[in-house]
Write a protein that binds this ligand. Structure first.
Ligand code: KIV
Ligand code: ZN
Length: 525
């Protein structure tokens, strides 16, 4: 065994165990249009905890009051995972992060500063010596508040090696328990990134006192490959997000890392604590909340990831599933349906189906979803699992909306003018409007604007069919932008226009919630 391997094993929590650090709620939320409200963040955090994620980065507390509140609430609720708040190197940032996480069962402060020549010169406008001092001061201050401190060298993959070794050594000496090396701009390639991690193990004398972590962005589509290469070189924490959500091309995808380690244990002999059977549920929840549709051919969680279309493949699958399937659909939580649902299905069967699909809803949500299921079953011959998932997603994201859809009547077609007659429930009061527009969608949105006046700009309008067939439910995503803040809304219904109205109203509700809160400082990491 080489000296490097020996030190690596000592640095890891138990040799081959890889810590899964999920940053869906922080780096994931930083992707434009993916902002989430408090309820939504809590739902995701609780599911991450149930999945067995080791560390949940719940937000960037100094960024806004909303972020602070979300981190604080999640810290209070989550018991099974460490809850982490991000902060820059300043004392105020660190204090705010501590204020937010201090009530967690296992609080963590994650503080960072850039260390690459480019970032130090242009972004920070600081000399390397000043940055080095800031590393010592920030980690020391954080460590005086919190026993678990993580330090990140932002743009680590483009940092000069001597300076990187020096700052890492100083951060560990100042008390950091985890050292995170980000490939902030997704520039690294696997061999090079693994060599960087090996270099740290070889040159930093106190490296065995910390867990080495990596945080890879996906600009070249290499985030997962780089993370796996780093694990091979001794990293024992990976930072990742559900569905690979994140800034620009996103972060390393949690489900891909976890399933690669599980499926190729023969060549990647490392373990995580993630219950992989909850992967599909997490993917759907994050997609429903953010409105970021998962591409059909996305590894692990794409709609086609386990679909076998070609005759040759189907024939092979019938003879032996292993011919074309390297992991089972069940291992990621895709169950073969045992209950077929239709208009004669009762409440009990519906509740069983929800359970089978992995949903655990409160009584009110079950009642509301059941009502919509009955309505759907009256209008649609076959109700597939995907339809029920879409209904639940729709219900889950609605939360405590102030504006609610009641009914819609539209006149469409080539003769024009297209018009919409819409009824809404606003703060418990019934309102109605009749408007025209340039097409039925425009007419519908105009009716909403008439009843809830606002200056938000429509940035995105996207429709996708939940299942096949002309009676399939439409799932619509709408993105609205108001003063540089964008929010996504979703809606589903067999009627595309009703789904559109629901999606627009959902986005509007999010804007209303945002308006009600004041955001003192907009910032990003
Ligand atoms: O990409 C990055 O460098 C980050 C750090 C704040 C960890 O998100
Ligand atoms: Zn990042």
């Amino acid at each position: 065994m080489s000296a490097t391997t020996t030190r690596t094993a000592a640095a890891g929590p138990s040799g081959s165990r890889v810590v899964i650090f999920d940053t869906t709620l922080r780096d994931g939320e930083q992707s434009p249009g993916a902002s989430m409200n408090l309820d939504e963040k809590i739902k995701i955090a609780l599911l991450l905890e149930e999945m067995g994620v080791d560390v949940i980065e719940a937000g960037f507390p100094i960024a806004s009051n909303g972020d602070f509140e979300a981190v604080r609430e999640i810290a209070k609720l989550v018991k099974g995972s460490a809850v982490c708040g991000l902060s820059r190197a300043g004392r105020m940032d660190i204090d705010r992060a501590w204020e937010a996480v201090q009530h967690a069962a296992r609080p963590r402060i994650h503080t960072f500063i850039s260390t690459s020549p480019l970032h130090m010169k242009w972004k920070l406008q600081m000399e390397p010596e000043q940055v080095h001092q800031a590393v010592i001061d920030s980690v020391t201050h954080a460590r005086n508040l919190c026993p678990d401190v993580e330090w990140s060298c932002e743009d680590g993959s483009r940092t000069e090696h001597d300076f990187l070794c020096r700052t890492v050594e100083s951060a560990i000496k100042a008390g950091a328990r985890t050292i995170n090396v980000p490939d902030t701009v997704g520039y690294a390639v696997p061999e090079e990134f693994a060599a960087l991690i090996r270099m740290l193990f070889e040159r930093v004398p106190n490296i065995d006192k910390a867990v080495i972590s990596v945080h890879c962005h996906n600009d070249l589509g290499l985030a997962v490959a780089n993370s796996l290469a780093a694990i091979g070189a001794g990293a024992r924490q990976v930072e990742c997000t559900v569905n690979g959500l994140g800034e620009r091309a996103g972060n390393a995808s949690m489900e891909e890392i976890v399933m690669a380690l599980k499926t190729r244990h023969d060549v990647l002999p490392y373990a995580t604590g993630v219950k992989t059977e909850l992967i599909t549920r997490a993917s759907r929840l994050v997609s429903a909340i953010t409105g970021f549709v998962v591409q059909p051919n996305k590894a692990i969680v794409g709609a086609n990831a386990f679909a076998h279309e070609s005759g040759i493949h189907q024939d092979g699958m019938l003879k032996h599933a292993g011919t074309y399937e390297i992991m089972t659909p069940e291992s990621v939580g895709l169950t073969k349906s045992s209950l077929v649902m239709g208009k004669h299905s009762g409440r009990h069967a519906f509740k069983m189906k929800l359970k089978e699909l992995g949903f655990d809803l409160g009584d009110n949500a079950v009642n509301d979803t059941f009502r919509r299921f009955k309505d759907l079953a009256d209008r649609k011959k076959d109700v597939y699992d995907e339809d029920i998932v879409a209904l639940v997603d729709d219900e889950v994201v609605r939360g405590h909306d102030r504006v609610r859809f009641v009914s819609l009547q539209v006149i469409a077609g080539s003769k024009g003018p297209q018009s919409a007659e819409l009824e809404l429930d606003i703060d418990g009061e019934r309102h109605a409007a009749k408007t025209t527009g340039n097409g039925p969608v425009d007419a519908t949105f105009n009716a909403i604007k008439q009843m809830v006046p606002h200056a938000a700009r429509l940035q995105l309008y996207q429709v996708h069919a939940v299942t096949e067939g002309t009676d399939a439910q439409a799932e619509v995503t709408v993105r609205l932008d108001e003063s540089g803040k964008s929010v996504n809304g979703q809606g589903s219904d067999p009627d595309t226009l009703v789904a559109s109205a629901r999606a627009y109203i959902h986005a509007l509700n999010k804007l209303l919630t945002k308006r009600a809160k004041t955001a003192p400082a907009a910032m990003s990491a």
